[in-house]
Design a protein around this ligand. Structure first.
Ligand SMILES: [Zn+2]
Length: 315
């Protein structure tokens, strides 16, 4: 006989992490499959169904899905997702999955869900109630938890710190604007800076290795990234007064290269006499999937709020 559970999904650029978990936050089955989004919704549904068939003793009641945005958590609509074809624009991923899987569910920004997972089973379980999650990976995502509540904003786009402005004359960002923090402190940003200042095609990992070998310009690029993050996080701190900033995402592995500059610049810019904690995610890559599991549980209980802005958020 099949046992009820919840389906958690975390879609990245090249892979989808899938898990079947219980209401206590324990995964009963978990897999990561290579996946290229441009193949379309049918491909996604087939990948999920195959996973469910392999673990048919667990029957999901609801799903929760995290994807890098822009995505409305209230409707599941995608808005010009940068890594997906135009055909995904203004499509409701939530509706596609609800119809295809015949279970209720919700969709949210992947870093919102990483923050939600962290609040549940990571630093949140250690008593941190208000924090900003900062995830420099391929891009740079943010998630905000205040007084143990995930803050999605009036239209679902709160805490998009990747596009906070650092320098209006700075390098071009993937969003089309100039000088966003993502253009410095993300895998994509680091690679662009490496090409500009070192003249080589290097990804974040290669740049990291070069810096560890003592390459002065490589080390300077990481310090620049640390400074850009510091300006952004200091602005966020002065606005929100959180207890902690929690870093996740792949660029966090290079914390030893950008962390000292980040801390120096960050603490120098605060109004608050109390220093917030600077923490590394306790859950790592598992944070997003745990947040998706939590969202699945909540959507089965209808605990996810409707869009506060009413119809505007449904367009
Ligand atoms: Zn930007």
């Amino acid at each position: 006989m099949s046992r009820p559970g919840y389906l958690a999904l975390d879609i990245g650029g090249t892979k989808v992490a899938m898990g079947l978990g219980n209401s206590q936050g324990k995964f009963l089955a978990q897999e990561t499959c290579p996946f290229r989004f441009p193949r379309g919704p049918q491909e996604l549904l087939r990948t999920i169904r195959e996973f469910l068939n392999r673990h048919s003793k667990h029957r999901p009641r609801a799903f929760g899905l995290g994807i890098c945005g822009p995505v409305s958590p209230y409707t599941g609509f995608l808005y010009n997702p940068p890594n997906l074809p135009k055909s995904w624009h203004r499509r409701s991923l939530r509706a596609i999955l609800q119809e295809g899987l015949r279970i209720p569910g919700r969709v949210d920004n992947d870093v919102n869900l990483a923050a939600w997972g962290e609040a549940w089973k990571g630093w949140g379980a250690q008593g941190i109630k208000s924090f900003m999650m900062v995830c420099p990976g391929t891009g740079l995502g943010g998630g905000l938890v205040l007084e143990s509540q995930l803050i999605r904003g009036s239209h679902g786009f709160a805490a998009e710190i990747g596009h906070a402005l650092v320098d209006p004359r700075g390098p071009k960002c993937g969003c089309g604007l100039k000088g966003c923090v993502e253009a410095y402190a993300s895998g994509t940003g680091l690679a662009k800076l490496a090409r500009r200042y070192i003249g080589q095609k290097l990804d974040g990992v290669e740049l990291h290795r070069l810096a560890l070998r003592g390459h002065r310009t490589a080390k300077k690029i990481f310090r620049e990234a640390g400074k850009a993050l510091a300006i952004t996080c200091a602005n966020a701190m002065n606005l929100l007064d959180v207890e902690a900033f929690i870093f996740g995402g792949s660029v966090t592995k290079s914390f030893s290269l950008w962390g000292p500059e980040f801390k120096r610049q960050f603490f120098a810019r605060l109004i608050s006499p109390v220093r917030p904690k600077i923490l590394i995610s306790k859950l790592g890559t598992q944070a997003g999937l745990l947040g998706a599991l939590r969202l699945a549980i909540e959507s089965s209980r209808s605990k996810v709020p409707a869009c506060p802005a009413g119809r505007q958020g449904h367009e």
